[in-house]
Design a protein around this ligand. Structure first.
Ligand code: NAI
Length: 425
C-alpha cells in the first residue's frame, strides 16, 4: 500500500515550506475560493464526508483540497497524471489538517494505481476526478463502496466522455457532475487556460520563439481554439486539422489554414494536439516532417502522438533538453517530443498548469458541486449530470464582484418580454 508523500521525501520540512509558499501565492489570486472559504469555514457543509480526489496535484488544486478540508471534509488525494505532481505542494497538502496526499511525481504505472487505491482505501463518500480514473477504479474493483457514495464531480473533457460512455452502457452507478461542460469552466479553462499555459510551457521548455513559426493545432474544439488564438497572437502562422466539418469551417472562417494532417505534417514547425482522441500524429506524418519540429500534446492522455511508431522509426533518441526527447531519423532529421507526449502544460519539468485565475473558476465550480451533492445529493440519480445553471451563475457573480465589474440586470418588463411568445411585429 502506498504511503502518504510525507513519508517518502528526504527533506519533508523544506518541501512543505516550498509547497506552502506556492499554495499561498495561488490562494492570493483565487477570490472565488476565498469567498467560498468564508462560507465553508462558518457552515462546515462537509462535516462527516470523505472526499477522494485524483487531480493534477499542484498549487491551485491544493487550494481546492484545503478548501474542502476547511469545510469539514476528510480529504484523500492523488495525481491524475504521473508527471504533473509538484512534490513540494503534495507534501504541504499532506500537512494540512484533514488532508492526506499520496501524489508523487514520476511514479510508474504500478505506483500510480497504488496511490489511487490508497485514496479509495479512505472509503470516499464523494469523488472529485480529472480523467475519471477514480470512478473507474471504484466501479471495477470496489463496487461495495458505491452504496455510500453520494456522488462525484469530473473536471475534464476526456473524463466526461468516458463517463457518458459508461452511463450509456448502464454501468455508471452514482451521479457525477460534468464540471467540464459548464460555461464557467469550459469557456475559460479549456480555451484560455490551455491556450496560455501550453504555449508558455513549450516556450519555456525549448527557449524558442513563436514569431514566424507555423504552428499546427490538431483539433479545433475548446482547447484547440485557445491554442490557435494565442499562437496567432504571438505572430505564428496557424494551421488547423479537424475531423468535424463545422469545427473545420469555424477555423477556416477565423482565417486559419485548414489542412489534413498529411499535408500539415510537411509544413509545421510546432505541432500541438488537443483532440482527446488517439493516433492523431502517426508514422506517415513523422516521415514527412521537417528537421527540428516540436511535438506536443495538450489532450488528456498520452495517446495523441504515436510515440511507439516514432521510436521504431528513429535511428537514435536522446534527451535534447530537460523535458525534450529528440528522435533522430536515418536521414538526420530530429523530431522533438515534449513531456513524453503527456499534457504539455502540466508535465514538462517547468510546467505550472493553467493560470491561477482560470483555475479559481474551475475549482469554484468543483467546490459548489461538492456542496450541491452534500445538500441535495438525493435529487440526482446515477448518471452524468449537467451542473445546475444557478451554481454556474453564482460562481460568475462572485468572480465579477471580485474583479470590480458591474453589469446590468433585466427589468421586470424585459423579463416578461423575453419569456413571452405573444409579442410579434
Ligand atoms: P472538444 O471536444 O471541445 O474538442 C476536441 C476537438 O478535436 C473536436 O472538435 C474534434 O472534432 C477534434 N478531433 C477529434 N479527433 C480528431 C482528429 N483525429 N484530428 C483532428 N481533430 C480531431 O474537447 P476540448 O474541451 O477541447 O478537450 C480536448 C482534450 O483536451 C481532452 O482530452 C480534454 O480532456 C483535454 N483538456 C486538456 C486541458 C489541459 O490542461 N491541457 C484542459 C482541458 C481539457
Amino acid at each position: 500500500m502506498t504511503a502518504p508523500i510525507s513519508e517518502r521525501l528526504d527533506d519533508v520540512a523544506a518541501a512543505r515550506e516550498s509547497g506552502r509558499r506556492k499554495m499561498d501565492w495561488a490562494a492570493q489570486h483565487m477570490p472565488i475560493c476565498a469567498s467560498l472559504r468564508e462560507e465553508f469555514e462558518a457552515d462546515q457543509p462537509f462535516a462527516g464526508e470523505r472526499i477522494g480526489m485524483a487531480m493534477h496535484v499542484e498549487a491551485k488544486t491544493a487550494v481546492l483540497a484545503e478548501l474542502l478540508a476547511e469545510g469539514g471534509a476528510e480529504v484523500a488525494i492523488t495525481g491524475c497524471n504521473p508527471l504533473s505532481t509538484h512534490d513540494d505542494v503534495s507534501a504541504a497538502l499532506d500537512a494540512v489538517d484533514g488532508v492526506t496526499s499520496y501524489a508523487e511525481r514520476g511514479v510508474d504505472d504500478e505506483g500510480y494505481y497504488a496511490a489511487i487505491e490508497a485514496v479509495i482505501d479512505h472509503e470516499p463518500t464523494i469523488t472529485v476526478d480529472d480523467g475519471m480514473d477514480l470512478v473507474a477504479a471504484i466501479h471495477e474493483d470496489y463496487p461495495e463502496l458505491i452504496d455510500t457514495i453520494v456522488g462525484g464531480a469530473e473536471e475534464t473533457t476526456t473524463g466526461v466522455h468516458r463517463l457518458r460512455a459508461m452511463d450509456e452502457d448502464g454501468e455508471l452507478d452514482y451521479p457525477v457532475f460534468a464540471v467540464n461542460d459548464t460555461p464557467m469552466k469550459r469557456l475559460f479553462d479549456n480555451v484560455h487556460g490551455t491556450g496560455e499555459s501550453s504555449l508558455a510551457s513549450i516556450a519555456m521548455t525549448t527557449n524558442l520563439s513563436w514569431a514566424g513559426k507555423t504552428v499546427v493545432v490538431a483539433g479545433y474544439g475548446h482547447c484547440g481554439k485557445g491554442v490557435a488564438k494565442k499562437a496567432s497572437g504571438q505572430n505564428a502562422d496557424v494551421v488547423v486539422t479537424e475531423v468535424e466539418p463545422r469545427r473545420a469551417l469555424e477555423a477556416h472562417m477565423e482565417g486559419y489554414d485548414v489542412l489534413p494532417m498529411a499535408e500539415a505534417a510537411k509544413e509545421g514547425d510546432v505541432f500541438i494536439t488537443t483532440t482527446g482522441n488517439r493516433d492523431v500524429i502517426v508514422k506517415d506524418h513523422f516521415e514527412n516532417m521537417q528537421d527540428g519540429v516540436l511535438l506536443a500534446n495538450a489532450g488528456h492522455f498520452d495517446v495523441e502522438i504515436d510515440l511507439a511508431a516514432l521510436s521504431e522509426l528513429a535511428a537514435d533518441t536522446y534527451e535534447a533538453r530537460d523535458g525534450v526527447q529528440a528522435y533522430e531519423m536515418d536521414d538526420g532529421r530530429r523530431l522533438n517530443v515534449l513531456a513524453e507526449g503527456r499534457l504539455v502544460n502540466l508535465a514538462t519539468p517547468i510546467a505550472l498548469g493553467h493560470p491561477v485565475e482560470v483555475m479559481d473558476q474551475s475549482f469554484g465550480i468543483q467546490a459548489v458541486c461538492v456542496r450541491e451533492l452534500v445538500e441535495n445529493g438525493d435529487a440526482y440519480d446515477a448518471g452524468v449530470h449537467d451542473v445546475p445553471d444557478r451554481l454556474d451563475k453564482e460562481v460568475a457573480e462572485v468572480k465579477l464582484a471580485a474583479e470590480g465589474v458591474e453589469f446590468d440586470g433585466l427589468t421586470d418588463v424585459q423579463t416578461e418580454y423575453m419569456d413571452s411568445w405573444q409579442h410579434g411585429t
